[in-house]
Design a protein around this ligand. Structure first.
Ligand code: URA
Length: 213
């Protein structure tokens, strides 16, 4: 019999619920829900926006062009995808990759929260504006990317979405610099800007569109 840790068990339950989820209209058009994947004891949790075409086909996060770039970024800092948890703020692909609607983000919020609680990562890296908005409101990604914030006891590091950098190559050096700061951050995790008053349960601001994948 496999002996699962409590965290692994929670992740499995969440994944099962996500696969059968009918909380919002996205379940009508999805092929596969994408709960996210990675070890339950991951130090770093990456949170993207939502599944695109390839993720919907395979039921796995970041497996298209943005995912290949994410793998490259990890390799450059000596890490592998298998060491980190990779998830999204929404678990089903919006039709034609449109932006997630507030009710879709709200419907998925509890799944992500349970994943965060179970993994208890040292650092949460938000990829793109929708993911950042879950933790940090009224900030611009162009101004805060690469800076770490303490949000209700969690270290949050906002970064540009890899798909944004693929569409706008001038963002690549910034994204690569932000990734380069990650290994140190895991060891220096207490040196972050406190923003304890931020509510990390639901996005408050309506982020601008990022129709990139
Ligand atoms: N973009 C995301 O935000 N998430 C994925 O899983 C794939 C692409």
């Amino acid at each position: 019999m496999v002996n699962l840790s409590a965290a692994e068990e929670t992740l499995q339950h969440v994944a099962q619920e996500v696969s059968n989820c009918q909380r919002c209209q996205l379940h009508y058009s999805r092929k596969n829900a994408v709960p996210g994947e990675g070890p339950a004891n991951a130090c770093i949790m990456f949170i993207g926006e939502g599944p695109g075409f390839h993720e919907n086909e395979q039921g796995r996060p970041f497996v298209g062009a943005a995912g290949r770039y994410l793998d490259e970024l990890l390799e450059k800092i000596g890490m592998q995808r298998s060491e980190v948890f990779i998830g999204n703020v929404i678990k089903c692909r919006p039709p034609s990759n449109r932006d997630p609607l507030p009710e879709e983000l709200a419907a998925c919020g509890d799944y992500l929260e349970r994943q965060i609680q179970a993994i208890n990562p040292q650092v949460i890296v938000t990829l793109g504006r929708f993911s950042m908005a879950r933790f940090l409101q009224n900030v611009k990604i162009s101004e805060v990317h690469g800076q770490s914030f303490q949000v209700r006891g969690r270290l949050v590091l906002p970064m540009f979405h890899p798909a944004a950098a693929l569409h706008q190559p001038s963002l690549k050096p910034q994204l690569e610099r932000d990734f380069a700061s990650l290994p140190d951050l895991i060891t220096l995790k207490d040196k972050a800007t406190p923003v304890e008053s931020q509510n990390d349960t639901q996005p408050k601001a309506e982020p601008k569109q990022l129709s990139l994948f």
